[in-house]
Design a protein around this ligand. Structure first.
Ligand SMILES: *Cc1c(COP(=O)(O)O)cnc(C)c1O
Length: 435
């Protein structure tokens, strides 16, 4: 074989610390506000729904936080994940660019989400919590939390957006297999759900409604806390294991990235790959570019505004300073469930405001066209979310071809699409439309 194309690390290279980008921000980020008083939220406010150990992480500006050994031991089920060079895709595009991808689809749930689910279950267990409540859209987060709760012997209650519950049964089955309870949202289990059903019995649900239900469930059940799969600082921080491994793997490959790419829903997988590289840019003058990719149907950064907004529809969460389309924004029913969120992680929003990140949006038919080319070149069928990153990567590679220059592109293949094949089938049969 002429060239190495797959870069793997030994189990001992699983990172021992998460990286907290707040320690290196050129200027501090606006703090979250209490929804009623509009005063900065306190640790006490947050412990109504999160355990204190995770609240302390949420507020922390320590540069590194040690990863507990039991969490690293679970990570060892699939970490370190491989970094691959997409040589066949490079050939198909006839580009001088070198394209690398970090493959987070290698986890048991098929995405990056268990990186934080496992950490959150562990810290809740440490705090004496016995049950976690959460929401899920297409089911990736619910499945990841179900897995994590099972591994730490906790109960898991998932409010799943009704349209996905009905149309995408496989992740619901996965959650059942891992022992979680799953109900379609809006549900009759909460006051807010019942109100929503009264207004519209056929409500397809939304992520915002499901979050409101999960929070209400949390505050009405003793021994229960809430877990969020993206957006918050501690969630993005748990994902930095991706970028720390990728830095070592790019050293193995003997290359420096020019551009680092990830899709953004709430921002966590993008943060996970980017932030360790961003640290090198901010603190050591590296020239890396960062590109966040979103769907045109839910263009949070490319068309939304930066302001304080709620994370949920009911207005129960703290107000976060973030790019947002408004907490009552109802995204059209595109095939990329994981990117249909109205807001953006405050840390990603802050870096975008500071000009350290670029953002771009694509329509879904364009995204699926590129996803199919990726699958036919590299074999892996990307999750529709990840296919947004794939699309931006291909555009970068084509620009490199036009400019006749080598460019090193690294992107996060945040998950596989093996439970999203119905969307591929819709695309391949010509039935997919742009919102
Ligand atoms: C949930 C999900 C996303 C979007 O969430 P982020 O927090 O923005 O990472 C992206 N890709 C996959 C595969 C997902 O499951």
């Amino acid at each position: 074989m002429s060239e190495q194309t797959r870069f793997i690390l030994p189990q001992s290279s699983i990172p021992t610390q998460w990286y907290n980008i707040q320690a290196d921000f050129p200027e501090p980020m606006p703090v979250p506000l209490h929804p009623a008083t509009k005063e900065p939220v306190t640790v006490e406010d947050m412990t109504a729904i999160f355990p204190e150990n995770l609240v302390m992480q949420e507020f922390s500006t320590e540069k590194y936080i040690d990863i507990p050994e039991p969490v690293r031991e679970v990570y060892a089920l699939w970490r370190p994940t491989p970094l691959l060079r997409a040589v066949r895709l490079e050939k198909a595009l006839d580009t001088p660019a070198h394209i690398y991808y970090k493959y987070e689809g290698a986890s048991p749930a098929g995405s990056h989400k268990p990186n934080t689910a496992v950490a959150q279950a562990y810290y809740n267990k440490q705090a004496g919590i016995t049950r976690l409540a959460t929401e899920t859209g297409a089911g990736q987060w619910g499945a990841s939390l179900a897995l994590a709760c099972q591994l730490f012997k906790m109960e898991c209650m998932v409010y799943m957006v009704k349209v996905s519950f009905n149309q995408k049964p496989y992740r619901k089955m996965l959650m059942h297999t891992w022992g979680a309870d799953v109900v379609p949202s809006p549900s009759d289990q909460t006051n807010f759900g019942r109100q929503m059903l009264e207004k519209n019995p056929n409500s397809p649900g939304s992520l915002g409604i499901a979050i409101s239900e999960a929070i209400e469930d949390t505050v009405t059940h003793p021994g229960t806390k809430y877990a969020l799969g993206s957006v918050l600082n501690h969630v993005c921080m748990h994902q930095t294991v991706i970028g720390e491994e990728a830095i070592l793997q790019m050293e193995q490959a003997g290359e420096e990235p020019d551009v680092i790419v990830g899709c953004v829903g709430g921002g966590s997988n993008f943060a996970g790959l980017s932030y360790p590289f961003m640290r090198e840019r901010i603190t050591r003058g590296k020239k890396y570019r960062f590109l966040a990719v979103e769907p045109s149907a839910c263009p949070t950064m490319t068309a939304g505004g930066l302001r304080y907004d709620f994370g949920d529809t009911a207005g129960m969460t703290p107000l976060l300073m973030m790019y947002t389309l408004g907490h009552d924004f109802m995204p059209p029913a595109i095939h990329t469930g994981g990117l249909r969120y109205h807001g953006m992680a405050p840390t990603v929003s802050h870096l975008f405001k500071l000009g350290l990140i670029d953002a771009v949006a694509y329509h879904q038919t364009h995204v699926f066209k590129n996803a199919v080319l990726f699958a036919r070149s590299e074999g892996i069928v990307p999750a529709p979310e990840s296919a947004h990153a794939v699309t931006a990567v291909m555009e970068e590679a084509l620009k490199a071809r036009e400019a006749g220059e080598k460019r090193v592109i690294v992107f996060n293949l945040s998950g596989h699409g093996l439970l999203d094949l119905a969307a591929y089938e819709t695309y391949l049969s010509g039935g997919m439309e742009d919102a």
